[in-house]
Design a protein around this ligand. Structure first.
Ligand SMILES: Cc1cc2nc3c(=O)[nH]c(=O)nc-3n(C[C@H](O)[C@H](O)[C@H](O)COP(=O)(O)O)c2cc1C
Length: 84
């Protein structure tokens, strides 16, 4: 089955609510298996497990949360490689 990751950074909780809503829609309407990950409490070990990946963050003074930024930096090469 197609596996989807939704990973998010949040400071005040709004992004968590949006991420939860997206997860519910993907599970209930599209019948996808979804891992919903709050990056302030959990880490992603391997992007390769997933067919679809959604990463989001709340913004403060133009910046994502450090954990969400770090996740994209950590897997930057993999994301660019997969794209080509
Ligand atoms: C102090 C503060 C600074 C913010 N700065 C920005 C910003 O620079 N750009 C933006 O688009 N939104 C900004 N926002 C709006 C937040 O990104 C928005 O409320 C978001 O839903 C918060 O997400 P979170 O609750 O997951 O942290 C700011 C909000 C606060 C309270």
């Amino acid at each position: 089955m197609s596996k989807t990751l939704i990973a998010y950074g949040t400071r005040y909780g709004a992004t968590a609510e949006v991420a939860q809503e997206i997860a519910t829609i993907l599970r209930e309407i599209y019948n996808l298996e979804v891992d919903l990950v709050d990056l302030s409490t959990s880490k992603i070990k391997d992007f390769c497990l997933y067919n679809n990946i959604v990463v989001g963050s709340g913004i403060k003074m133009g910046r994502w949360t450090s954990k969400a930024r770090r996740l994209l930096q950590q897997f930057r090469k993999k994301i660019l490689w997969e794209k080509n």
